[in-house]
Design a protein around this ligand. Structure first.
Ligand code: HEM
Length: 504
């Protein structure tokens, strides 16, 4: 009896092993080098499953270990995926051969996540083109100036919030992601929907957009499991019927957008927000935009704008706290430019703050909020690397772009470990390898909200730096170690700083 049982177990294990490793000779067959460290069933993502490294950090490591090749084959769990390692191939995938790779690799199920699935990031074809066109309309220079009026109100609320915190005390200790998430949540609600998101209101914090955003975007254990299953193991995500946007948040958006849009369509009061721009677009196009689609655009504004921008701001804040000389130089720029504009944060004033652009770009180079990108081959093609490797890419193949790895490759960046905003200065920026710097992606799918993001981040930093200074608290764990369970970039333990009114 025991022998039968042992034999059965052995047979099951052998069958399971063959099932889990069935595809693992794909790269050998295609004569493409394969990254080391493959394990049955999980491929190259054992560190992700054991929560040792995030997906982005896994890609960063694979890039580092294989960058002597132009491309490397990996196994994303059981499926072969190709990582392109040189900027020229990144350009081919993201721009030159866009029609062969026009879909993003991260997907959501339209049935489980209807509002998110209409987001241009997750859609393709006609749906993508229409969604992208509408967001592009809202973020033209002329309309950004309109949105800036709402952002300026948030800047005032931000300043009041800090003044309240600092009243009667010389300095306060704060976590930067928390502080900037209040700012970006308030921008989304103010510049997005023309309402007060209550994110700086201590009494009403529980009802605020900041709390709502945190409830499903913050890297807690449960949220991370949901994101990992939805994005990286979608078949399991489907079985458990998991959605990125919790039902409660889905209902909340539907109610709020329906109410606000109804008002906007009927009343004629000029306003400075995204929904007003959508109401105007309806008038221009002469058709009503379907409410479900409009709600999806509003959710895009929230999902894409809130978390990425607050992450980016908190890394910039960390760099400024760690490099007092850069902080001082930037403060001087902010003060001298604002003096020219009577202290008012205008569109033109922000444009003149060019050192601020350098600081933000360099911070994004050191740690991009989105450390990897994935594309899907939509039409079979051939990719040829400069080292002679040629890969026949089949339709449906996933392509990985190791953004963070490219940002720290010494072949493209002199002393990449050094935070040096001068790299992006007028003398040196022309020598930057364009496709080795991808904080907002590239090509026809480049982040459609990039200019909105830069505008709100610059307004936030200008408001902060003209009055306050930042100093690193010993509570910040340096050197930074990225939170392994989060799919965007966030350091373990957060960014703790002391904030005090600036002496000057
Ligand atoms: C610092 C803040 C932000 C960062 C770092 C960021 C980064 C990115 C990246 C890396 C992509 C993928 C691009 C590609 O596939 O080539 C992307 C796409 C996108 N972003 Fe952003 N983003 C930010 C802010 C925003 C804001 C404020 C909005 C809108 C309100 C926005 C809306 C979008 C949309 C709709 C897409 C999909 C575009 C498409 O596939 O056509 N993003 N973003």
């Amino acid at each position: 009896m025991a022998i039968v049982l042992i034999s059965l177990i052995l047979i099951t294990l052998v069958v399971l092993y063959f099932y889990l490793t069935k595809n693992y000779n794909y790269w050998q067959k295609h004569k493409i080098p394969c990254a080391d460290g493959i394990l049955p069933g999980v491929g190259h993502f054992w560190d992700l499953i054991t929560m040792k490294l995030s997906f982005s950090e896994c890609c960063r490591k694979i890039y580092k270990d294989n960058r002597n090749h132009s491309m490397v084959g990996i196994y994303n769990f059981r499926s072969p995926a190709l990582m392109v390692l040189e900027p020229e191939l990144v350009k081919t995938v993201m721009q030159t051969s866009f029609s062969n790779f026009h879909e993003n690799g991260l997907k959501v199920d339209p049935e489980l996540d209807p509002l998110v699935s209409n987001n241009p990031f997750f859609s393709s074809g006609e749906k993508w083109a229409t969604g992208r066109k509408r967001l592009t309309y809202a973020f033209s220079s002329m309309r950004l100036k309109i949105l800036l009026e709402s952002v300026k109100q948030v800047c005032q609320q931000f300043e009041d919030y800090l003044n309240r915190k600092l009243s009667n005390v010389g300095k306060i200790e704060l976590e930067l992601k928390d502080m900037f998430a209040r700012f970006t949540a308030q921008v989304v609600t103010g510049a997005g929907f023309g309402i007060d998101g209550l994110s700086f209101n201590k009494e009403k914090e529980k009802e605020s957009f900041y709390t709502m955003g945190k409830s499903f975007l913050q890297p807690t254990g449960m949220n991370n499991i949901i994101v990992t299953l939805v994005f990286f193991l979608p078949s399991l995500g489907k079985i458990f019927r998991l959605s990125l946007l919790p039902k409660k948040v889905d209902r909340f958006f539907r109610t709020i957008i329906a109410d606000v849009m109804e008002q906007r369509r009927t009343e004629n009061i000029p306003r400075n927000d995204f929904l007003q721009l959508m109401a105007e677009l309806e008038r221009v196009e002469g058709t009503k935009i379907d409410l479900e689609i409009l709600t999806s655009h509003a959710v895009s504004f929230f999902l894409d704008g809130y978390e990425t921008s607050s992450i980016t701001l908190s890394f910039v804040g960390f760099q400024l706290a760690s490099h007092p000389d850069v902080q001082e130089k930037l403060r001087n720029e902010v003060i001298s430019v604002l003096d020219k504009y009577d202290g008012v944060i205008t569109y033109e004033a922000l444009k003149e703050m060019t050192y601020m652009d350098q600081v933000m770009s360099e911070s994004q180079r050191c740690v991009p909020a989105v450390g990897f990108l994935t594309k899907i081959c939509t039409e079979a093609t051939e990719l040829r690397g400069s080292d002679g490797l040629t890969c026949h890419v089949e339709r449906g193949m996933q392509i990985l772009i190791p953004v963070h790895g490219l940002h720290e490759d010494p072949r493209y960046w002199e002393r990449p470990e050094v935070f040096d905003p001068e790299r992006f200065g007028p003398d040196r920026k022309h020598s930057i390898e364009r496709f080795a710097f991808l904080p907002f992606g590239e090509g026809p799918r480049i982040c459609v909200g990039m200019r909105m993001a830069q505008l709100q981040m610059k307004a936030c930093l200008a408001t902060f730096l003209r009055k306050y200074s930042l100093e690193l608290s010993p509570k910040t764990r340096t050197p930074l170690k990225m939170d392994a369970s989060y799919f965007l970039s966030a350091p373990e333990g957060g960014f703790w700083v002391y904030i005090r009114p600036d002496k000057n």
